[in-house]
Structures are given as C-alpha cells and as structure tokens.
Design a protein around this ligand. Structure first.
Ligand code: NAD
Length: 347
C-alpha cells in the first residue's frame, strides 16, 4: 500500500487536513468525506479540459450513494472575475444547492480561488474541499484560505479568507501538466526554499533531474516540504498583516508584471521568478545581504530555467496598484527574510 501523508492546518474557523500522495488521496476520498460529515450532495467546479482528463476517474472516487453534480467554468486568469462567480451562483441555485451542499474545487489555482470565494458567500457560507491539480495549487494556492477574483483594476482585489474542509493533493495529476505550468509551480517551491527551508533548498540542488522528470517520490517530498513551510507562516498570521507577508517574496514585482501583461502570456510563477531576481538585487543594493547570497538566489532560479529579463519601463505604475505596495520582502541571507518599506517610485 502506497503511503498517504496527512498534515493538519489550523485556522481561526477550523482545522483541516491536507492529504498528500501519489494516487492515494483520491482512493481515500469517499471514506474521508464520510468521516468529515460532508455530503451527500457535492458540486464539482472544474474546467472542461480538466474534466476530459480526470472527470471520469474522480466520479468513481465518490460513493455511489451520494449525488455529484458538475459546473464547468473557464479556468483562464482573465476569466477569474465577478461575472464567473455570478454564473456559478446561478447554476448552484438551479441545482438547488443549499448550505450543506459541498463544493469541490477540481483544478488549478484559478478554479480553487473562485470556488472558495463562492463557498464563502453562497447562502452566507457552505463547505468546500479542494482537489488541486497543478503543482502551484498543491504547494501554494489551495493552502491558507485566501480566495477571490480579479477586478479590472487589479489582481485578487475582491475575496475572503475561507479555508476548505480538506485538501486532496494527488501528485499523479502532475504528469499531464504542461511544462510551463509545472515550472510555474516550481517558482513557488524555490521561493519557500529561499525564504525559510534549508532542507528544501538542498533537495532542489541535489535532486534537480528527478524534479524535472517529475519522479513521484521526489514530488511528494517537495510538496510536503512546501506545505510545511506555508503552514508555518499562515498559522502565525492568517489574515496577512505581518509574518505571512514573508510569503510575498518576489510578488511585488511579480503581481506588477502579471498586471502589465494583462494576465496573458505570463504564468504566475514566471512573474514571481522575475520578482525574486529583483528582490535579490535590491537586497544587495540596500546592503542587506552579501553579494554571494544574491548570486546563490540567481543561480537557483537559472538552474530551473528562469532567466533574468529586463523590467518594463512603466512598472512602477503597476506596483502602486498592488494590495501590499510599499512593503517588500528582501533577504538578509538565505532563510533570513526581512520586511522593508520601499516606495513604488524606486522603479
Ligand atoms: N489563493 C492563494 O493563496 C493563491 C496563491 C498563489 C496563486 N493563486 C492564484 O492561482 C492562480 C494560478 O493557479 P495555477 O498556477 O494553478 O494555474 P491555473 O489554475 O491557471 O491552471 C493552469 C492551466 O493548467 C491546466 N491544468 C490544470 N491542471 C492540469 C493537469 N493536471 N493536467 C493538465 N493541465 C492542467 C488548466 O486547465 C490551466 O489551463 C492565479 O489566479 C493566482 O492568483 C492563489
């Protein structure tokens, strides 16, 4: 029997388990849902492409005694908006979903963010579980309860803090993930390795080729390690007023680059990787870190295929629209991050 790892995350609303493994989380889905007293009506929110790949196998994981409906939505970043939320809500009403109906976020971060947000507001709150299918959603976006949508003015400007009742992170989904999306998730893994996790830093160096080949045992290792790092920060500061902001390393520039590209043609991870280059350079310019530290950060990013690019000249106007503008995460050394106030006009 292959192993199933369980990590419990604690939030102000409730504690919830994250199950991690290769094929094992889905095998256990039905029995775990029963122990969590979820159901008997589930509505899976997913995208057509994900359903084509995995919809039938997910369906088989539910007990035949429960009712499972599906709602299909676009999982493109440009469609992560209030219109999509309204569409899901209308559909839920047609399906006669009620406060005990359980939503199932089945997809990457876009599906997860929208499903969580709908669950937080539909009839003043209903349960949801997450079955993340991208590396980024398994190591980052499904954890910690942040959910929401973009507005024309910027990214994730409307949302809630509302965690799922359980997360099922099955790394077998990652075998079909397009390379650019896999690499995008690796950027967040690299971020954890830089800000806090020396063990993960070492794993990224010593198991480089296995990571690129997506070997299941190594995937499980980096997912578990990433979840433990995120757990450490979100449990100390769930609402993101202080310590959790450390997780924003690389995101000030990253979010600005995504907005500049109007959320097209650049993955979240690619943008964050460029942000980490800039944050490392700025740490050096501010004499916070030794040149060797900045160099080590650059080298790890390069090792995973993120090459440094020039920033657009008008980037500061996009930085000033970011929710956390003004607070940068810089590095004093590897695993020693610091929050530093810097005005957007610096760029
Ligand atoms: N809530 C948070 O804390 C948080 C944190 C980080 C990022 N995010 C958000 O997450 C979103 C990005 O999420 P993402 O990187 O998971 O990308 P995504 O949800 O945009 O998915 C990327 C693409 O991969 C496809 N895909 C998904 N799983 C697949 C699989 N197993 N096989 C083949 N194709 C698959 C999708 O159909 C989509 O085309 C952004 O909106 C970002 O703002 C949220």
């Amino acid at each position: 029997m292959k192993k199933l790892k369980k990590i419990t995350l604690h939030s102000r609303l409730y504690s919830y388990p994250v199950y991690i493994g290769y094929k094992t989380p889905l095998k256990k889905l039905s029995s775990i849902l029963k122990t969590l007293h979820l159901g008997p009506h589930f509505v899976v929110i997913t995208a057509p492409a994900i359903s084509r790949l995995y919809g039938a196998s997910l369906q088989k994981c539910f007990s035949p005694t429960v009712k499972v409906d599906q709602i299909f939505i676009s999982d493109k970043e440009k469609d992560k908006n209030i219109d999509a939320v309204q569409k899901i809500i209308s559909h839920l009403l047609q399906l006669r979903a009620h406060r005990k109906t359980c939503l199932v976020a089945f997809g990457g971060g876009v599906i997860g963010d929208m499903t969580g947000f709908v669950a937080s507001i539909y009839m003043r709150g209903m349960p949801f579980i997450a079955i993340p299918t991208t590396l980024l959603s398994q190591v980052d976006s499904s954890l910690g309860g942040k959910c929401g949508v973009n507005t024309r003015e910027g990214k994730n400007l409307v949302g809630s803090f509302y965690p799922p009742r359980a997360i099922f992170s099955d790394s077998s989904f990652l075998k079909t993930l397009p390379q650019e999306q896999y690499q995008s998730g690796l950027a967040e893994v690299i971020k954890y390795a830089i800000i806090d996790n020396q063990k993960l830093w070492n794993t990224l160096h010593t198991h480089h080729s296995q990571i690129l080949k997506r070997v299941p045992s190594i995937l499980e290792k980096i997912i578990v390690s990433s979840v433990l790092t995120k757990k450490k920060f979100i449990e100390q500061d769930e609402k993101d007023f202080s310590k959790r902001q450390i997780l924003n390393f690389g995101h000030t520039i990253g979010h600005a680059l995504e907005a500049h590209a109007t959320y097209r043609g650049i993955t979240h991870g690619e943008a964050i990787a460029q942000g980490m280059y800039v944050a490392a350079d700025l740490s050096l310019q501010k004499k916070l870190c030794h040149p060797k530290t900045a160099q080590q950060i650059h080298s790890l990013l390069e090792k995973y295929g993120f090459l440094k690019q020039d920033l657009p000249t008008n980037i500061s106007s996009y930085i000033s629209r970011d929710k956390k503008r003004g607070t940068w995460i810089l590095m004093k050394d590897l695993w020693k991050p610091q929050r530093v106030p810097i005005p957007p006009e610096v760029f």
